[in-house]
Write a protein that binds this ligand. Structure first.
Ligand SMILES: CC(C)(COP(=O)(O)OP(=O)(O)OC[C@H]1O[C@@H](n2cnc3c(N)ncnc32)[C@H](O)[C@@H]1OP(=O)(O)O)[C@@H](O)C(=O)NCCC(=O)NCCS
Length: 159
């Protein structure tokens, strides 16, 4: 039985599967100027043990509406991708996914969570700051289409 996102019985979260890839790629294309390919997502699904690709599914229509992909290696968690379908934004889904991952990885012994974000991505930055992330530094011209710096954000989990 997949875990419910707390307080949101209309949605549940579970591991991403091959059958989700078309819906995931559609959200990815709507969300990023330089989207991941289907094969990149497939690689994450197959990278069991290190990568945790999760999808949020709506009820009762069973539609994939959001996803988050993170790597968990010993104490370190790296969030590599997160997106919500444009039609489902502003409902608290990204915050619920992040809180779910923070709770699960903290309970599994992780100590530190990091991620990169475009400097201009105000919605994502507001989300991470709300969750307590702090800016660790900058990666110059990390992104393309358009070229832009990444801010490296971090959250200490073991406190
Ligand atoms: C960033 C993104 C994941 C947020 O998803 P969401 O489900 O709409 O966000 P939530 O409804 O959970 O919002 C949680 C918090 O995020 C921040 N936030 C979300 N959307 C925002 C917006 N448009 N403007 C400002 N802050 C915003 C707010 O702090 C919000 O808390 P609040 O409701 O108390 O103000 C979504 O906009 C998205 O998919 N963007 C494209 C992909 C992307 O940029 N991913 C991040 C890459 S690092």
């Amino acid at each position: 039985m997949p875990d419910l996102i707390e307080g949101k019985e209309r949605y549940f979260i579970r591991r991403m599967r091959e059958a989700d890839l078309a819906a995931v790629r559609e959200i990815e294309v709507l969300s990023f100027s330089n989207p991941w390919s289907v094969n990149t997502f497939r690689g994450e699904i197959q990278n069991t043990g290190v990568s945790f690709p999760l999808v949020v599914v709506s009820r009762p229509d069973e539609e994939v509406v959001a996803y988050i992909i993170f790597w968990h290696i010993r104490e370190d968690v790296q969030v590599n991708n997160i997106a919500v379908h444009p039609g489902r934004r502003g409902l608290g889904l990204a915050e619920a996914m992040m809180r779910y991952v923070i709770a699960k990885t903290r309970a599994a012994g992780a100590g530190f969570m990091t991620l990169e974000v475009r400097r201009s991505n105000a919605p994502a930055l507001a989300l991470y700051q709300k969750l307590g992330f702090e800016v660790l530094g900058t990666r110059k011209n990390y992104y393309t289409k358009p070229d832009e710096d990444a801010l490296v954000l971090a959250l200490v989990l073991d406190q």
